[in-house]
Design a protein around this ligand. Structure first.
Ligand SMILES: Nc1nc2c(ncn2[C@@H]2O[C@H](COP(=O)(O)OP(=O)(O)OP(=O)(O)O)[C@@H](O)[C@H]2O)c(=O)[nH]1
Ligand SMILES: [Zn+2]
Length: 400
């Protein structure tokens, strides 16, 4: 009697364990971001069996991480954002690029080039933080090779950290990366980072809410949203019972630990937060408290930017010195929260036209702008003037 060959039946799957393509991608993004945050290396390549790059964030590397890169000496490159290269070269047209890491450079030198020192006081030589003579600086900049699309994506991933956009970079062949990935190295494809850019609104979960009476108004509800992948949380404070048949007064407030919690005089955030809540208490409205510290650069970078401002740079030049754009925020989450709250037409309390544009682009009908005027003080006068003169903020009498 002949025995039938064993059928190649698929392995029984664990219920709830299979991810769809979008979830897989988000999972890879989560893991990749975590690796950079922890100073660990990450493989960046189009897929298994491909050559690619080993990258790590200079900001989180530390001495132990740095010593692991020593075997790559000679081939190591430093990937920097356009803004950081503009600060180093004093040229407004510099683009993101990677440059050779000199073999004798130590970790402190690398951190200086990447502008991630704990105390980035401006050295006499400007943005470099290294006592390199002019000729050496010129030669270093001349060896820059433009960042390709994958490398640009890597810089964006670092910013999502939120980390400084400065990465170590080592090109490796396919088999080396395959072996490292089999051994636990996390890998990410540039397409994953690209796809996360316009993350769909559904990637925000409404997790909980409660009645929270506050001094300005007793009838308030706090609603907590969490990004589906990752731990970032945004809050909505619904003040009173806004009439949704009319445009609802809304304030988008980007978190500012120093201003909101400590009453820092370096910015206007604390006063804006209180002023907005008082205004919303008049007819009801919604305050969206967005996890976007330091205009999206993170609190560590904001404190570095403050040190640079103490040496004479204004808020925008300080951010550029650190490798950031004038504003690293996006307002997708804000639009998603308004959607979830059933609010489509709003009156926005702001002096920042970019917020209006961003919400409109995300499909929110911004019917008009309500100015938000707060008094200045000797510590924030320059900051407010820079926002008005260089960042396009409106004065209270201007129309958006
Ligand atoms: N990078 C950086 N961020 C800062 C600095 N000062 C304040 N911030 C951040 O700037 C953000 C201020 O946000 P908002 O008040 O919502 O926005 P805005 O762009 O000023 O616009 P409106 O207040 O709506 O007119 C907060 O995230 C602060 O942490 C600074 O010097 N550097
Ligand atoms: Zn602030």
């Amino acid at each position: 009697m002949s025995v039938p060959p064993p059928s190649a039946s698929p392995a029984p799957s664990l219920p709830g364990w299979s991810f769809d393509a979008v979830e897989r991608r988000a999972l890879r993004m989560d893991r990749a971001r975590t690796e950079l945050q922890h100073g660990r290396p990450l493989a960046l390549r189009a897929g298994p069996g491909q050559p690619g790059l080993l990258i790590a964030a200079v900001e989180t590397l530390g001495a132990a991480g740095w010593s692991r890169w020593q075997s790559g000496r000679g081939a190591l490159r430093l990937l920097l954002s356009a803004e950081r290269l503009q600060a180093l070269s004093q040229r407004g047209d510099a683009e993101a690029a990677h440059l050779p890491v000199p073999t004798e450079l130590d970790l402190a030198g690398l951190q200086a080039l990447a502008a991630v020192q704990a105390r980035p006081d401006q050295a006499p030589g400007g943005a470099w933080g290294l006592d390199w003579p002019a000729e050496r600086r010129r030669a270093f900049l001349a060896s820059a090779q433009p960042a390709d699309a994958a490398e640009q994506a890597a810089l964006r991933l670092a910013k999502l950290g939120p980390l400084s956009p400065a990465l170590l970079r080592l090109a490796l062949p396919a088999d080396t990366l395959d072996a490292a990935v089999a051994d636990g190295l996390v890998e990410i494809a540039p397409q994953d980072i690209e796809a996360a850019r316009g993350a769909p609104r559904a990637l925000l979960r409404r997790l909980s809410d409660a009645h929270v009476p506050i001094t300005a108004h007793e009838d308030c509800t706090l609603v907590l949203f969490r990004e589906l992948h990752g731990e970032t949380e945004h809050l909505a404070l619904v003040v009173g019972q806004p009439d949704r048949s009319q445009p609802v007064p809304v304030r988008l407030h980007s978190s500012c630990f120093t201003g909101d919690l400590l009453g820092s005089l370096r910015c206007d955030c604390g006063d804006q937060l209180q002023g907005a809540i008082e205004r919303l208490a008049e007819d009801g409205g919604v305050l969206l408290y967005l996890a976007q510290e330091g205009r999206g650069t993170g609190l560590a970078s904001k404190l570095r930017a403050y040190r640079l401002q103490d040496t004479g740079l204004d808020t925008l030049d300080a951010d550029r010195y650190l490798g950031f754009r004038a504003d690293e925020r996006d307002f997708q989450a804000a639009a998603a929260m308004l959607d979830a709250l059933g609010i489509a037409r709003i009156r926005l309390l702001t002096n920042n036209p970019a917020k209006i544009e961003a919400l409109r682009a995300a499909g929110i009908d911004v019917v008009d702008r309500l100015p938000l005027v707060v008094p200045s003080n000797p510590h924030n006068a320059r900051y407010l003037a820079t926002k008005r003169d260089r960042a396009g903020h409106l004065r209270d009498d201007e129309q958006a």
